[in-house]
Design a binder for this molecule. Structure first.
Ligand code: PXP
Length: 248
């Protein structure tokens, strides 16, 4: 099975919002990404709307529907976000933790601590036809609880691995990678589909892409940054080559 590439276009909106302008448009980036072979578009509508806006989600939903490609809506576990997701019924909804002061999604969702609110949210999204993913650390207890709560997918947080690998911390990155591998195997055995994401760049993609149970990578910040230098299609092409090499 080829590994799918989901392109996260949040940071196109970050640039747009920095000037309070209408340009550059995330929907245009999504269109380009799909034309360049993205398997899906990922967007995170944050509670503080720091990048993606409600209107972006309207437009991205329309675009993905027209192109017959999946939209993966990343969202916090709140009533407001659930209402928006139920209105749009995206192909996939990925529940993520959100803290207002954080620069990005810094860790996985604690599905054990949050099971009382996460369980009903998973059920409501599933009833609406969305495929529900939980963005978690590769921790056996979190994976088992994700399964219990009825999620169909877990997305394993690769941020700590990518940071350690980029910092040249060989032992630490090897230990985290082993946890990701064990977590992917456990999730797969429980019948969960396994995705991975956060912090992935050209230098870190291969060990993650080589984990056989991983079916999809969601990559944003690096691809959008690299697009400044080489264009989005070329950045995606190179990433895809590395993913395919790792998988071969
Ligand atoms: N997956 C999830 C669940 C995320 O929250 C993010 C960041 O928004 C990503 C993947 C992409 O991470 P990055 O932008 O570091 O590639």
């Amino acid at each position: 099975m080829t590994l799918r590439l989901g392109v996260n276009i949040d940071h196109v909106a970050t640039i747009r919002n920095a000037r309070g302008e209408t340009y550059p448009e995330p929907t245009r980036a999504a269109e380009l990404a799909l034309a360049a072979g993205a398997d899906g578009i990922t967007a995170h509508l944050r509670e503080d709307r720091r990048h993606i806006s409600d209107r972006d989600i309207d437009e991205l939903s329309d675009l993905c529907r027209k192109r017959g490609k999946p939209l993966n809506l990343e969202m916090a576990v709140t009533e407001e976000m659930l209402g928006i997701a139920l209105k749009h019924r995206p192909h996939a909804a990925c529940l993520v933790p959100e803290r207002r002061e954080e620069v990005t999604t810094e860790g996985g969702l604690d599905v054990i601590k949050g099971h009382n609110s996460i369980g009903p949210t998973v059920a409501a999204l599933r009833d609406a036809g969305s495929r529900v993913s939980l963005f978690i650390e590769a921790d056996p207890a979190q994976i088992e609880m994700s399964h219990k709560l009825g999620a169909q997918v877990v997305e394993l947080h690769t941020g700590a691995f990518c940071d350690a690998m980029r910092a040249g911390e060989t032992d630490r990155s090897a230990a985290i990678l082993q946890r990701l591998k064990d977590g992917a195997a456990l999730a797969h055995n429980l019948g969960l589909e396994v995705h991975a994401g956060h912090g992935i760049d050209y230098a870190t993609v291969k060990p993650v892409a080589a984990i056989p149970q991983v079916m999809e990578l969601n990559i944003g910040h690096f691809l959008i940054g690299e697009a400044i230098f080489v264009g989005l299609a070329e950045a995606m092409r190179r990433m895809r080559v590395l993913m395919d090499e790792a998988r071969a």
